[in-house]
Ligand binder design. Structure first.
Ligand SMILES: NC(=O)c1ccc[n+]([C@@H]2O[C@H](COP(=O)([O-])OP(=O)(O)OC[C@H]3O[C@@H](n4cnc5c(N)ncnc54)[C@H](OP(=O)(O)O)[C@@H]3O)[C@@H](O)[C@H]2O)c1
Length: 341
């Protein structure tokens, strides 16, 4: 096997979208237990923007390549034991990465991370599945432990993770409330049967006090700060507040995130309700088999059209900086997928 010369997007230092550059590098022969994968599509998530700014808790050192999820094709592999079922040269796969790196023409990944694509599933659609939907499973099942008929509140319901919660929550028969503001959110949330709460004009505590006087079973929060206390107040007995991210002051996001996490832990000491933190990259790294079966299940749902990630845009990988800028200016709302030329 020879080195592959390839292009990848690199955040040369922390900063605005302009720090993203396309560079050329050599990809050596994969080490034992790894495969080289030609990337066909890479999903863009809000976490990539935070990491590029240097504002992410599980931060990579600069320079680094963003991107937590991809669909691609195995070009060669170097097993160090039995190869996971279905994998081989030429096989189309999807993966959620644990330390980013998907904005590239090729990546080297451990074999356990690669999950075969079901027949007929478009790589562009597959690339929009892993991170958002694994996060939704972490929220609903691992931490939320919600079941049929439970009422839940999801903040950021119009976003990538929020819509994945909507799609999987509908399958579980949940009664869902979602905060959002983007144009078209009411219609987007209605697809999942989620009641839309416009956080610019409505107070979710007031809405839920009227609609769910006994309190909700779970609140999924990505805002942090005062929102955590407000979310805790709308929980019913035995309910759970699950934090899946924190917003913070520009340049102080990591400190704010750690303060938010400490706050969630402290709230969890009070009796009668639970709190939890969802950190999917760590959850994937801690349970390879759980990850593989969860992602295989999600890809099967996508291939049957039972989950349909909505692609707001498909753009060339080299335009990653433009895409980050447009997402930051909120000119694009929804999932973007990058494709190498
Ligand atoms: N726990 C994990 O392991 C994990 C994994 C993936 C992502 N995340 C985190 O999850 C969050 C969402 O990621 P994403 O990729 O889904 O981002 P996204 O697509 O940009 O969605 C974020 C959503 O948040 C909404 N929002 C902004 N301010 C809000 C407010 N004050 N109240 C309620 N909603 C608000 C926006 O809604 P409008 O535009 O409608 O206002 C937007 O739809 C990010 O913080 C990301 O880092 C965590």
């Amino acid at each position: 096997m020879q080195d592959i010369v390839f292009r990848k997007v690199v955040a040369e230092r922390f900063g605005g979208p302009g720090v993203l550059r396309t560079v050329t590098a050599a990809l050596p022969t994969p080490p034992p237990g790894h495969a080289r994968v030609r990337v066909l599509a890479a999903g863009v998530g809000f976490t990539d923007l935070m990491a590029r700014s240097g504002d992410y808790l599980l931060q990579r050192r600069a320079p680094f390549t963003p991107g937590y999820e991809l669909a691609g094709e195995i070009v060669d592999l170097n097993p160090d034991g039995p190869t996971p079922p279905g994998l081989g040269t030429g096989v189309a796969v999807a993966a959620a990465l644990t330390a980013m790196g998907a904005y590239a023409e090729y990546v080297t990944l451990p074999l356990w991370q690669l999950v075969p694509l079901p027949d007929g599933l478009e790589p562009r659609l597959a690339a929009a599945v892993p991170l958002d939907h694994l996060t939704a499973l972490s929220l609903l099942d691992t931490h939320g432990r919600v079941g049929h008929g439970d009422a839940v509140l999801v903040h950021g319901a119009s976003g990538g993770v929020g819509q994945a919660v909507g799609a999987l929550g509908r399958m579980r028969g949940l009664r869902m409330y979602g905060t959002a503001s983007a144009q078209g959110s009411r219609e987007a949330l209605a697809r999942y049967g989620t009641t839309f709460i416009d956080y610019r004009h409505e107070d979710f505590e007031e809405v839920l006090r009227v609609r769910e006087p006994a309190g909700v079973r779970a609140v999924f929060d990505h805002i942090g700060g005062a929102n955590l206390g407000r979310g805790y107040r709308v929980l019913g007995p035995g309910g759970v507040l699950v934090s899946y991210a924190f917003s913070g002051r520009p340049g102080r996001m990591v400190g704010d995130t750690m303060r938010g996490a400490a706050r969630v832990k402290l709230m969890g000491l009070r009796p009668g309700r639970r709190t939890a933190l969802s950190m999917v990259p760590r959850e994937i790294a801690a349970d390879h088999e759980g990850y593989r079966s969860a992602l295989a299940g999600l890809l099967a749902l996508a291939s049957r059209g039972e989950i349909t990630p909505r692609l707001a845009a498909v753009r060339p990988m080299e335009e990653a900086a433009d895409v980050h800028g447009a997402l930051e200016r909120r000119e694009i709302s929804g999932k973007v997928v990058l494709v190498p030329r």
